[in-house]
Write a protein that binds this ligand. Sequence first.
Ligand SMILES: Cc1cc2nc3c(=O)[nH]c(=O)nc-3n(C[C@H](O)[C@H](O)[C@H](O)COP(=O)(O)OP(=O)(O)OC[C@H]3O[C@@H](n4cnc5c(N)ncnc54)[C@H](O)[C@@H]3O)c2cc1C
Length: 460
Amino acid sequence: MSSTRLVSSLHVIPMSQGVHQADSITGETFSLGATPVMVHCDKQQTNYYNDLSGIGSATMDSTFVIHQIIISVLVVAGFVCTKTILDNVRRRTAKISVILIGGGPIGLTALLVAARCCRVARIVLYEELCRKAMFCTPHQIAFDVKSVHFLKRHGVDFDNIEGCWDAGCFYTRLAVFQEYMLDIAPRVGKPVDIRTGTKFTSESLRDLERISGRKLVIACDGSSGQAAQILGLSDEFVQQSCRAYGAVAALDRPSECQVPLPERYVHNLHFDLTAYGSDTSEVDGYNGFSFKVFGTSRNRYMTLSIPKCESPLVKSLRTVLDRSMMRNIFLKCFNTYKSSSEPNLSDPLAVKYMKFSPRLFEIRLSQRVENTAYFQEPDMFVLAEGEAARCYNIHTGMDVNVGLRGLMALPTFLSGIAVADTDHAILKVLTQKNKDAERVCREFTRTGLAEYHLSRSARV
Ligand SMILES: Cc1cc2nc3c(=O)[nH]c(=O)nc-3n(C[C@H](O)[C@H](O)[C@H](O)COP(=O)(O)OP(=O)(O)OC[C@H]3O[C@@H](n4cnc5c(N)ncnc54)[C@H](O)[C@@H]3O)c2cc1C
């Protein structure tokens, strides 16, 4: 009976693990059923019992048990408090490095977002083109109202960028925007290492290993980039139909200057193609085509689009391969709806300088199936953004905005990954980012074309 009681208040060490020679310590050996246990009672505790020899053994035991419980509670509370304080300090000071691959508009905007995040300690940007080559890209980019607000919030000063405004949207040359962003990058108050003329390859993974601590690598290397795959993301894409058909044309007029121009568009266009032997009769629900001209005055782009329908005209333009028919449609549309200050496009110039799709194709949005991941061994998050994550198979004249929508969740993601310290927390931030990417694609598949192409009222 007494042995059982003592065991409950003293250290119990199984014989197999404990000291085998009872003589060497102040202890006794008891037999409790089949398992021999060693009761290990140190000198101090023995004296304690000796001193209390006059008091009833029940009172003595309960006082001792209460003391032990209080001490244990204090130790546990102290441990919990210290851990909570240390966790809070670690959370408040947790920092990550951000590595960006691609110095297009999305990579450079991601750089700005990362630079303004207090969780980011340093930033590295890889861009395969040298600065001179970067500034030679001819085409224009157009920021819609939401993107303009987002960029302004992150410090972009549109008053210092050459371009033009129309209905709250900002139109500029891609090269102009890149030059501005690279110019402000060193002034963002964070160590930024810009490696232009440096292509990211599988060899570059070794450079990443040398960056200590947690890191986020963002692949923003455009629609034909390989970085996401090199970093371990699956290269699988799914295509979502936008329930519309379209065709594009690009016109390079060497005699014109690279002046940014607002887009011009018109809706409910009908074409008479009987001269080409095509049936142009209409069926119920046929809305006609939307036509858009955008780009700089030198590099002009045109897009024709129509919601999916069974009109004989649409069927002809989808199946009949008659290049002159399509060229004539673009030529006539351009001359009718271009801005009044632009010169007309003649037949010979169209033949020489205009490239176009020979027939209508289905408009789709491609979306990377896996756009974020975490690799434990190098403590590295990987993310794909911009056209490396999603893009249309047609130019809408507003393409850059799809990529910028994805970046709007980046500040939350950066903060989340900096403090995520358990598998559960890591999974939670990844899931959240994936859901956001899904939402961006869903919205653009459902309403993006309508917003940028199909259903806005004509302003020409
Ligand atoms: C002809 C044309 C006309 C367009 N017109 C318009 C328009 O009028 N309005 C509009 O809003 N949008 C327009 N766009 C679309 C717009 O340019 C894109 O949406 C936008 O540039 C996508 O940005 P991004 O940063 O995702 O990719 P990109 O702009 O393609 O940038 C990717 C960058 O990554 C770099 N890179 C690639 N691989 C590597 C590597 N391995 N290592 C390091 N760097 C690498 C590339 O050099 C490039 O600089 C047009 C596009 C084209 C092609």
